[in-house]
Design a protein around this ligand. Structure first.
Ligand code: ADP
Length: 407
C-alpha cells in the first residue's frame, strides 16, 4: 500500500505545525516524561511523540526506537491524523491491508500493534500523535486508551505554552529593538540640537546684557522671552541627551555612598544655602554598581526635594537607608508640597509635570531618568506622598551578588 492520503486541510495543518517551532528541537524532559508515562500505562516497548511533517514524521520524544524520523510514506501516524476525533488502533498489523506490507511491519522494528492518539490543536489541526507500539499483536483496555487521550491533550498544552513563550520572547525582542532605535534617535537628535541651542542661548544673553538699553520696552520684553525660551530649549535638550545616555555602559565598582553624598552637598552648596535647607542622612553603606549613576539619581531626588517646597519654607530633608538582606532601600524624605496619590506612578514617565513653568520650572525628565537609572542598577523606584505632608522617594539597590543589570 502507498502511504496515507494527505488530510484535506494539509496546507493549514502544516502552517499550524510550523507555528509551534518544535520540529528538530532538542530533547526536552516534559515531553519525555509523557512518553515514559504512556509506556508505563500501556506496557509497550516503543512509545513516541510523532509530528507529521510534509514528507516525514519526526519524533519529539521516543522510547524504544533509534531513528529520529522516518519517511511519511511509512508513517502509521499519517493515517491516524486522518481521523482526528478518535485514536487509531491496529491490534494486528499483519491483518490490516493498510499496513500488512509496510516496511516497518515486514522488517525492523516489526510493528504488530499500534495505537496512536492524534495531537489536536485548539484551531482544529492534527499535528501528529502520541503513539504506543508493540512487536506482538495486542489490545488496550478502555482505561489505557482514555489515559493515552489525556496524555495527548497534555502534549498539545505543552506545545501551546511553548508557542506562547516564543511569541512573548519575540515581542520582547521587537520592543527592545524599537526602544533601542528610539533611544538612538533621541540621542542623536538631542546631541545635534545642543550646539545650535547653546549658541542661541549665549547670543540671547549677550543681547540682553549689552544691547537691551538700545531697545524700547516692547523690544526688551521680546528679548526677555527669546532668552528664556532659548534657555528652556537648551536645558530640555541637555536633559534629553542625559536621559538617552542612561543605558550607556558604565564601570561597576564598590563605592562609599557617604562620600557620594558629601560630594553632592558640595555641588548643591548654593542651592542649599539659598534655601537655608537642613539635610541629614543615616550612615550609608558601601554599594556596588555605577557610582556616577547612583550619584545622579540621589542628586536628582535631593534637588527635587529642595525645589518642590511651599514658598519661603525651610526645606528639611533626610536620606535614610534600610538593609533588607539582599538589597538596600534608600529613602529621601522631605517636608515639601507633596504629591496627589493619583500621580504617584505617572510622575516617573518622561515629560510628566504637575505644575506650570511659572510656579516650578523643569523639563519633566528628572524622575524618568531616576527610574531608568534605578532599573539599570537592578532596582526600582517609588514614592509615598500626600499633598501638604511632604514626600518620601524610595529606591532599591541590590547587593553585589544579586545585581542583574537591566540594560
Ligand atoms: P521636573 O522637576 O523637571 O518637573 P521631574 O521628573 O523631576 O521633573 O518631576 C516630575 C514631577 O513630579 C514634578 O513636576 C513635580 O510635580 C513632581 N515632583 C517630583 N519630586 C517631587 C517632590 N519631592 N515633591 C513634590 N513633587 C515632586
Amino acid at each position: 500500500m502507498p502511504g496515507a492520503p494527505k488530510p484535506q486541510n494539509e496546507a493549514e495543518r502544516l502552517a499550524s505545525l510550523r507555528s509551534y517551532k518544535i520540529l528538530d528541537t532538542m530533547v526536552e524532559r516534559e515531553y519525555d516524561d509523557v512518553v515514559e508515562l504512556a509506556s508505563y500505562i500501556c506496557h509497550t516497548p516503543i512509545n513516541l511523540i510523532s509530528l507529521v511533517d510534509e514528507d516525514r514524521q519526526w519524533f519529539k520524544s521516543k522510547k524504544g526506537l533509534e531513528a529520529a524520523e522516518t519517511s511519511r510514506d511509512l508513517a502509521f501516524c499519517a493515517h491516524a491524523i486522518l481521523t482526528p476525533d478518535k485514536p487509531l488502533i491496529v491490534n494486528d498489523t499483519t491483518k490490516d491491508e493498510r499496513f500488512a506490507d509496510n516496511a516497518l511491519v515486514l522488517g525492523g522494528p516489526e510493528i504488530r500493534f499500534y495505537a496512536g492518539c492524534p495531537l489536536n490543536t485548539p484551531d482544529g489541526n492534527s499535528l501528529g500523535t502520541l503513539c504506543v507500539i508493540d512487536t506482538v499483536p495486542r489490545e488496550l483496555s478502555e482505561v489505557q486508551i482514555n489515559a493515552l487521550q489525556v496524555l495527548s491533550s497534555n502534549i498539545v498544552n505543552l506545545l501551546e505554552l511553548r508557542r506562547a513563550e516564543i511569541e512573548k520572547q519575540e515581542l520582547l525582542d521587537k520592543l527592545q529593538s524599537s526602544n533601542a532605535d528610539l533611544e538612538r534617535f533621541a540621542f542623536s537628535a538631542s546631541h545635534d540640537l545642543t550646539e545650535p541651542l547653546r549658541v542661541m542661548r549665549n547670543y540671547a544673553n549677550f543681547l540682553e546684557v549689552d544691547y537691551s538699553a538700545h531697545l524700547d520696552e516692547e523690544g526688551q520684553r521680546f528679548l526677555g522671552k527669546l532668552s528664556s525660551a532659548a534657555e528652556r530649549g537648551f536645558v530640555l535638550v541637555e536633559d534629553l541627551l542625559a536621559y538617552s545616555r542612561v543605558n550607556a555602559e558604565e564601570a561597576q565598582e564598590y563605592f562609599d555612598a557617604n562620600q557620594v553624598f558629601e560630594t553632592i552637598l558640595v555641588d548643591l552648596e548654593r542651592l542649599v544655602s539659598e534655601s537655608n535647607a537642613r539635610i541629614s542622612h543615616d550612615r550609608l553603606p558601601q554599594l556596588y554598581g555605577a557610582e556616577v549613576r547612583f550619584s545622579r539619581l540621589l542628586q536628582n531626588l535631593i534637588v527635587n526635594s529642595l525645589k518642590y517646597q511651599p514658598e519661603g519654607q525651610q526645606p528639611v530633608i533626610h536620606v535614610g537607608v534600610e538593609d533588607e538582606g539582599h538589597q538596600y532601600i534608600l529613602s529621601i524624605k522631605d517636608n515639601g508640597i507633596g504629591i496627589e496619590k493619583e500621580y504617584a506612578e505617572s510622575i516617573f514617565e518622561p515629560f510628566k509635570r504637575l505644575h506650570s513653568q511659572k510656579k516650578y520650572s523643569g523639563t519633566g525628565l528628572g524622575l524618568a531618568m531616576c527610574k531608568k537609572m534605578a532599573e539599570s542598577m537592578g532596582g526600582r523606584i517609588w514614592v509615598n506622598s500626600e499633598p501638604g505632608k511632604g514626600s518620601i522617594f524610595y529606591f532599591s539597590i541590590p547587593k553585589a551578588k544579586d545585581v542583574e543589570v537591566a540594560i
